[in-house]
Design a binder for this molecule. Structure first.
Ligand code: GLN
Length: 491
């Protein structure tokens, strides 16, 4: 029987001839089938994946040098363009849309011989924190099926959590990789803004969006990052200084480093934070200190402004980005279009029928904050908050290597728990949106288990483009802190 531990082990087994890519794909297709009720995959590309696997097996037997992700079975969030395959962003408005080009990240995965097994469910246009906003049904958390997997990349998280692919890609605009990773007990990395090309990623809020990686081990996440990162002629926001990125050499990880770590006092003292998560993190901080790291609580008086600033700026960008879905050139068109409608009525009906409730809410909010009478009061103010956050963050990284925060204030919600209260849902993003507002990289590291049986992690962040240091720190945590004898830690 096929079992997956890490890309490195899998590559070794392929080299030894004890397993083949075809066997791996057959294994995942069987698992996907027997876990279909989780609703993680929207579409499975089984035949194609098998074909690719067979050709990779042949290539290996001919002695050709393997690519960096040779035979690695990857799932894609349904916002990443895979040429000649449907692409819906989990929205009714793109129901029959077929992608006409590869996203740069997809192109790079294929070039390094990954096997793309399917597209994964998510919140519509990546807007949400539970995956309940998908037009194609909710996703269940495999650890407890009465709970959500988090969002918006819920399908991508569950696919890795439940063993339905080796690694997956998601997108993170305000936490959509880190928070579902936290809820599902796996690793989720959001790279620096400008590290990975957004070409072929369906835009939600372009100055926040970044493609991220889900995996079970830090070396796996590092390997995928190494492949997908880097300059791209099609995305001028990818910074050139970023090629020497996560070059991670397995076996040479530094487990001896001592880190200067900051956490925000206001974050740990926040009344919305689950008391058990607070206690566990406090004990964890003590342990880090005992092990020789410097850990300091610092004042961060801006904490209460970050969720409002995020929701003003991202909805503004979304209202502009989503204007393209008008039923004219592609996507859903109202069936009443033939009935002599004027253009405004045609747009209105197409968009009202095609978009879900949360997407409409954000388009309306975004249009409002950009409107002539309110622009300065909301949009300009939020931009000013963003600038303050960036300045403050630069100062913090003069003195520290790492910022630690919880990933989410609670463990995974019960299905339906927050659906009637969008504000409560938005407020739960308090710890993740900071990294997107400032552009820094962040990772959720799955170290703990709550007495309610659900996993939770700690979120680590470094300065821009310091992914290598972030991954080293994460690896150290995974190696040495998962076994911490606190009863609430994973064993
Ligand atoms: N939960 C956040 C939101 O709803 C994050 C979304 C994301 O990162 N795509 O906006």
């Amino acid at each position: 029987m096929f079992t997956f531990h890490s890309i490195q082990d899998y590559h070794k087994a392929l080299g030894d001839g004890t397993v083949s890519c075809e066997e791996a794909v057959l294994h995942y297709l069987k698992e996907i089938d027997s876990h279909a009720h989780l609703n993680a995959y929207l579409r499975i590309y089984g035949e194609e994946a098998l074909e690719t696997a067979r050709s990779l097996d042949k290539k290996r037997s001919n002695g050709q040098a393997p690519g960096k992700l040779h035979g690695v079975v990857v799932g894609l969030k349904d916002v990443l363009s895979y040429k000649d395959h449907p692409l819906t962003a989990s929205s009714h408005i793109l129901k029959d849309f077929v992608a006409i080009y590869h996203a740069t990240v997809v192109e790079k995965l294929i070039r390094e011989e990954a096997i793309l097994i399917g597209h994964l469910n998510c919140d519509e246009f990546a807007m949400g924190s539970t995956n309940e906003n998908s037009a194609y049904g909710k996703v269940l958390n495999a650890r407890d099926e009465s709970r959500v997997p988090g969002g918006s990349s819920g399908g991508s998280a569950v696919a890795v959590q439940a063993g339905l692919c080796m690694v997956s890609l998601g997108s993170d605009t305000g936490g959509s990789v880190r928070q579902p990773a936290d809820f599902c007990g796996i690793l989720g990395l959001k790279p620096t803004y400008g590290k990975v090309s957004r070409y072929g990623l369906i835009a939600y809020a372009s100055s926040f969006d970044q493609v991220g990686v889900f995996g079970l081990t830090v070396p796996d996440v590092a390997k995928v990052l190494e492949v997908i990162a880097g300059e791209d002629d099609y995305d001028s926001t990818v910074l050139p200084a970023n090629t020497n990125n996560g070059e991670w050499s397995v076996g040479k990880e530094d487990l001896t480093g001592k880190y200067r770590i900051a956490y925000f006092k206001e974050a740990l003292e926040h009344p919305g934070l689950d008391p058990e998560i607070r206690n566990t993190l406090q004990q964890y901080i003590q342990r880090l200190r005992a092990d020789g790291h410097t850990v300091e609580g610092i004042d961060f008086e801006l904490l209460d402004y970050i969720v409002p600033a995020y929701y003003v700026l991202t909805t503004a960008e979304a209202s502009s980005n989503l204007a393209r879905f008008d039923g004219v050139k592609y996507g859903y068109r109202t069936p009443t279009a033939g009935q002599d409608l004027d253009l405004t009525e045609f747009y209105k009906r197409t968009r009202s029928e095609g978009f879900g409730k949360e997407v409409k809410r954000r388009i309306l909010l975004g249009t409002f904050v950009l409107s002539a009478g309110y622009y300065d009061a909301y949009f300009t103010k939020a931009q000013q908050v963003r600038k303050l956050l960036v300045d403050r963050t630069n100062l913090i990284f003069n003195d520290f290597d790492i910022i630690l925060l919880p990933t989410s204030p609670t463990t995974a919600f019960k299905i339906g728990e927050k659906m009637d209260d969008p504000i409560a849902m938005y407020l739960a993003d308090i710890y993740t949106v900071y990294a997107n507002l400032t552009g820094i990289p962040g990772i959720s590291i799955p170290l703990f288990t709550h007495t309610n049986g659900m996993p939770f992690g700690v979120q680590a962040m470094t300065n821009r483009f310091k992914e290598l240091s972030l991954l080293r720190f994460s690896h150290l945590m995974m190696q040495q802190y998962k076994s911490y004898e606190n009863p609430t830690l994973c064993d």
